[in-house]
Design a protein around this ligand. Structure first.
Ligand SMILES: Cc1cc2nc3c(=O)[nH]c(=O)nc-3n(C[C@H](O)[C@H](O)[C@H](O)COP(=O)(O)OP(=O)(O)OC[C@H]3O[C@@H](n4cnc5c(N)ncnc54)[C@H](O)[C@@H]3O)c2cc1C
Length: 656
């Protein structure tokens, strides 16, 4: 039946032995869920503290997650000896920047990123210019041979020489740890809690093997979630259209919100959500990030010329014109500014006007050939050659096709002229700039304390899952791994609730058991697209309590109806159905958080941090003091807290 419905196609023969329901029980001290950059470092550091660690990922770790395709820069290296600012100064500056989370989690990555990069170097990842290829370049320190990106004065972001393989090196390091056991292609489906109760201590998790369909039961003293939430995907909870979302590459498409969904169901705390899928940095007509001619991030600070070869001038963050030949000034703070960030040097702000009056002609082009040779090689070889979005699609293919950066240019996308008025000038996205926000996931991470534990005892979170984005999230993972190991030493294994386990097993294998049921006609894609319709209509641009209620009722009917009619013809389809079910929960979370905003008593949240957790029916809302991470019971400075919470680790390191 399912084959006929699927446009007459049947899936190819499944190449692995299938053992649906076969149970594998594993006991461990620390369970790592998701081994992206954060999860691998969490596993590695926990294992080094002498506890038993199980590291589980639903994909092969050497290529899994958002870092799996490769990265070109490593930020937040504020502790490196050449850094022009301290982590504390960085936090001070960050707290004044709109949209920048200057909380304890950012401090942890600011403090430890350099240390984490050195760890990756020990594992084989290169970032120094040992071969002196760039000797004398302005972005290189000739003593340390480190090459810096974006801010040549403060030197906090480091260019990588073999960032393309970051996950390969990280996995190799993990495999060398005798206390760590790796489980790849096992998708964690749910958390297990003491007595099966919401809000109770976490005692493990269940998993499904994506090749064999076998069932996994992990009994753990504590769990670290690192599944990266549903961060910033172009395709997801509002839309399922891989063709149109050119910039769905902003995170691994397999980060389907599983971790957040299971944490929500377990009663973990979330913050406030304001944007509800309203994202300016994504658009269905966008282009793959950095895959087209531009001058940002991977391509910074490339020359952009108009169709007649006329250079588009740069201005500094004070709006002052930068002389055309002063390329370095594009990567240094302007007068009176301490740090290159937002606003930063960029192309002149009156581009749109000058297109309209005929001074500039479209299309524009990224002109590597007009850059000094070391800058050209830095962008094309070092950055474009390592970054996951460009490494294969641009660098490899264009090189094979004969692209020569000494002579050739790469076209920038042509946008509506008003789009060039957008101050960010981030053309790599294509059209979105001046148009209205588009629908993409915006859900922020879980709330965690100074040990990166959530409000659920034994449940830690790190990386994007806990608001720690970018490659430096490896530092957050390492920190969480250390704290989890310390916690695991103080406590025994919790008891698994067999009723909770049985219910989860029933849910997991539902789509397989329904294969003979003629009513099982819903594929994973249809389930996802059904959810998308609910989100587009009831949580769109204009939101009301009535629409939220309608949306929640609609999802409820999908859960009782269509979600009980899904089918899976093999373990691959089964995993996809379970991912779509996670998305359904993510949809519910958005609605509940939206309702929490409507229900907020006037003035209740003023100057406070809103916290929401699921009480079985709705989001129960409480508030914390603003900057609670620096208020009692915590110490008043970042450094004091950091030293307190890393004291045992530092003592043990001192004693070898
Ligand atoms: C192409 C690309 C290039 C980038 N380049 C840079 C860069 O140059 N510099 C920079 O700082 N940042 C860069 N970023 C961002 C950076 O890579 C991410 O912010 C970072 O990797 C996030 O790490 P994470 O561990 O939190 O999540 P991820 O690395 O995304 O890892 C999440 C992991 O969880 C696993 N998982 C998910 N659900 C489950 C489940 N149910 N069970 C088991 N496992 C699960 C996934 O398979 C994945 O391995 C880039 C991102 C992309 C997509």
């Amino acid at each position: 039946m399912a084959n006929q419905l699927n446009y007459g196609s049947s899936p190819p023969d499944w190449p692995f032995p299938v053992n649906y329901g076969k149970e594998n029980r594993i006991e461990t001290d620390v369970l790592i869920v998701g081994a992206g950059i954060a999860g691998v470092m969490a596993g590695l550091r926990a294992a080094r503290r002498g506890v038993k660690v199980a590291v589980v990922d639903k994909a092969p770790i050497e290529v899994s997650g958002s870092g799996g395709a490769g990265i070109d820069h490593y930020g937040n290296c504020l502790s490196n000896p050449d850094s022009g600012m301290t982590p504390e100064e960085f936090m001070e500056i960050g707290s004044g920047m709109p949209g920048r989370a200057a909380d304890h989690r950012s401090y942890i990555t600011a403090k430890l990123s350099w240390d984490n990069l050195l760890e990756l170097e020990r594992l084989g990842m290169r970032f120094r210019d040992e071969d002196d290829e760039f000797k004398g370049a302005s972005f290189r320190d000739d003593n340390s041979k480190i090459m810096y990106a974006y801010d040549y004065t403060n030197k906090t972001t480091i260019k990588l020489r073999s960032g393309a393989d970051i996950k390969r090196y990280a996995k190799k390091g993990l495999m060398a740890e005798e206390n760590a056991t790796i489980y790849e292609r096992v998708m964690i489906t749910n958390l297990l809690t003491e007595g099966g109760k919401r809000g109770a201590r976490v005692v493990g998790a269940t998993g499904l093997h994506e090749e064999t369909g076998e069932f996994y039961v992990f009994n753990a003293k504590c769990v670290i979630l690192n599944t990266a939430g549903v961060s910033m995907q172009g395709t997801g909870t509002w839309t399922f259209n891989t063709e149109m979302f050119g910039n769905g590459y902003k995170a691994d498409p397999r980060n389907t919100g599983d971790g957040l969904a299971m944490a929500w169901k377990a009663g973990a705390e979330f913050g406030r959500e304001d944007r509800f899928g309203q994202n300016t940095s994504t658009h269905p007509f966008g282009w793959p990030w950095y895959g087209i001619g531009n001058c940002d991030n991977t391509w910074a600070p490339c020359n952009i010329v108009d169709n007649n070869g006329k250079l588009i001038p740069w201005v500094d963050s004070n709006g002052k014109i930068i002389p055309d030949d002063d390329i370095d000034a594009r990567s240094n703070p302007a007068e009176g500014h301490k740090y290159v960030s937002f606003p930063r040097a960029n192309l002149t702000l009156d581009i749109a006007e000058r297109i309209r009056n005929g001074e500039f002609e479209l299309p524009f082009w990224a002109d590597l050939s007009g850059m000094p040779e070391d800058q050209r090689r830095k962008i094309w070889g070092l950055m474009v050659g390592n970054e996951g979005r460009t490494r294969t699609a641009i660098y490899d293919f264009f090189n094979k096709a004969g692209f020569n950066p000494d002579e050739d240019m790469l076209q920038s996308p042509v946008m509506a002229v008003k789009s060039y008025e957008w101050p960010m000038r981030d053309w790599y996205q294509g059209e979105p700039n001046a148009v209205k926000p588009w629908k993409a996931d915006t859900l922020q991470g879980l709330q965690t304390d100074w040990t990166q534990m959530t409000n659920i005892e034994g449940l830690f979170a790190s990386g994007c899952e806990a608001g720690q984005g970018g490659a430096p999230c490896g530092a957050g993972g390492g920190y969480a791994g250390n704290r989890a190991a310390e916690y695991a030493r103080t406590i025994g294994l919790g008891k698994i609730d067999e009723a909770q386990l049985a219910a989860e097993k029933e849910r997991v294998y539902g789509p397989v058991k329904r294969m003979e049921n003629p009513n099982a006609v819903v594929s994973w894609k249809e389930l996802l697209m059904g959810l998308n319709r609910v989100m587009q209509q009831d949580l769109g641009d204009d939101r009301t309590p009535a629409l939220c209620e309608h949306g929640l009722n609609w999802i409820d009917s999908i859960k009782k109806g269509e979600m009980q009619m899904t089918y899976a013809r093999n373990p691959h389809e089964l995993s996809r159905v379970l991912e779509a079910e996670s998305r359904v929960t993510i949809g519910e979370i958005y609605f509940h958080l939206c309702m929490a905003n409507f229900n907020e008593a006037e003035g209740a949240g003023k100057g406070k941090v809103m916290i929401n957790k699921f009480d079985g029916e709705k989001a129960a809302t409480t508030y914390k003091e603003e900057k609670w991470w620096l208020k009692p019971p915590y110490a008043p400075t970042f450094l004091e807290n950091f030293e307190k919470f890393t004291a045992i680790e530092r003592e043990e390191m001192k004693n070898g």
